[in-house]
Design a protein around this ligand. Structure first.
Ligand code: V47
Length: 376
């Protein structure tokens, strides 16, 4: 398949095939690939690049899965760094931000697969966050955690989601997809739910009217075929339900985990994956350049390789910082606005569902002052 014929397919709105995806991955001219992805990105989003004001809460790092790729999890409370947050500790993380006058619109809650915390722990956690800020959007529990709750509490996935939703859940994050190929899962995360189970949780959520995100974890042991096949499976579910909002390509970080012998992906590989994702996933509206995973400079560059979103202000991120991310712990809204402008894009603050919160002159108003000591 030639580059020109792939470009014609894109112009005609024809979905790309596995072979097209492979040909694009093998294209040595990164800028040519990027330009093609950028055309699609600009057709969908023009020059806009979005972000939100969010906060991460990881209720526990105790986990029964022992994934080889993970630097965050601990097997037992005796291990250094192992923790379970009390309700008050979890709620205080949000309260501290609100008390400081930060207009947080989203909380991202994910954690380890705990063997015995009761279901009430999770529902009470969400309900307490909502009590603190009723307009808050709670994006919580990856499909892997939902599947774990299904097994542990012997509840149908739908019932798990219904009860969490009644407690305050608004959407699901995209974590835990890794790479769907059984060969890879067997080697990097053998105790996690499988691809079908991961997809089924999202299908059920979408049928209930919940939105979700999806991810691809690249840079461990997967082949380029396995990368493209992963994207095609996400695309097939999106054709069926339309419930995915964004894909977040996640770069593998090798520090402090059982795959520490692997090199981290290069920026070239990062940008290739972003461009490819934008081109293959014609039916998923947003591609997120999660700056914590990519690093700030590559995240800015990705805004020209298919990405239209930088995720958010974050704060208290643990999963990537424990695995070697050198990115700051958080970015102030003004810093994100500056980074987007410096990348030649138009910043827009959004909420989790991609409604506009602030744009244009509003981004110069109160709450967007550049703080002392910003990243430059
Ligand atoms: O599920 C864990 C991955 C994910 C490592 O939905 C690792 O808006 C690289 O899913 N190297 C969590 N990756 C992050 C995630 C996410 C992030 C931002 C936004 C959203 C969203 C979702 O990180 C895990 C796993 O796939 N991960 N360890 C590692 N060493």
């Amino acid at each position: 398949m030639s580059f020109a014929s792939i470009s014609e397919k894109l112009d005609a709105g024809v979905p790309l095939s596995l072979d097209d995806g492979l040909a694009l991955f093998r294209e040595p001219d990164l800028l040519k690939l990027g330009a093609l992805a950028n055309q699609v990105r600009e057709r969908l989003h023009g020059a806009r690049a979005t972000f939100n004001r969010n906060l991460h809460i990881n209720p526990t790092n105790l986990c029964v899965a022992s994934c080889k790729l993970c630097s965050f999890s601990r097997r037992s409370l005796d291990q250094p760094g192992a923790y379970v947050l009390s309700m008050a500790q979890a709620w205080d993380k949000l309260k501290a931000r609100l008390d400081a006058g930060d207009r947080v619109t989203e909380v991202h809650v994910v954690g380890g697969l705990h063997e015995s915390l009761p279901f009430d722990y999770y529902t009470e956690l969400l309900a307490g966050l909502k009590r603190l800020q009723p307009t808050l959007h709670i994006k919580a529990f990856s499909a892997v955690e939902i599947f774990h709750f299904h097994k542990l509490f012997r509840l149908e996935v739908r019932e798990v989601l219904q009860r969490l939703r009644a407690a305050g859940l608004d959407s699901l994050p995209g974590g835990g997809a890794e790479i769907f190929a059984p060969r890879v899962r067997q080697r990097i995360c053998p105790n996690k739910c499988d691809a079908q189970e991961w997809l089924d949780v999202h299908r059920t959520a979408h049928h209930m009217g919940l939105r979700s995100n999806c991810t691809i974890l690249y840079g461990t042991i997967e082949t380029i075929e396995e990368r493209v096949e992963h994207l095609l499976r996400l695309r097939a579910l999106q054709d069926e339900t339309g419930g995915f909002q964004a894909l977040i390509p996640l770069a593998f970080h090798p520090d402090n985990n059982a795959l520490a012998h692997l090199p981290a992906p290069s920026a070239i590989d990062d940008l290739r994956v972003f461009a490819l994702a934008r081109l293959v996933l014609h039916n998923i509206p947003h591609i997120k350049a999660y700056w914590v995973s990519l690093g700030i400079k590559t995240a800015q560059t990705a805004l020209w390789f298919g990405a239209d979103d930088l995720d958010g202000t974050v704060q208290e991120e643990k999963i990537y910082h424990l695995a070697g991310s050198g990115a700051p712990q958080s970015l102030a809204p003004a810093e994100i606005v500056r980074l987007i402008r410096a990348a030649g894009r138009t910043p827009v603050e959004r909420d989790t569902l991609y409604n506009v919160v602030a744009e244009g002159d509003a981004l110069l108003a109160e709450g967007y002052e550049i703080p002392v000591g910003v990243f430059r």
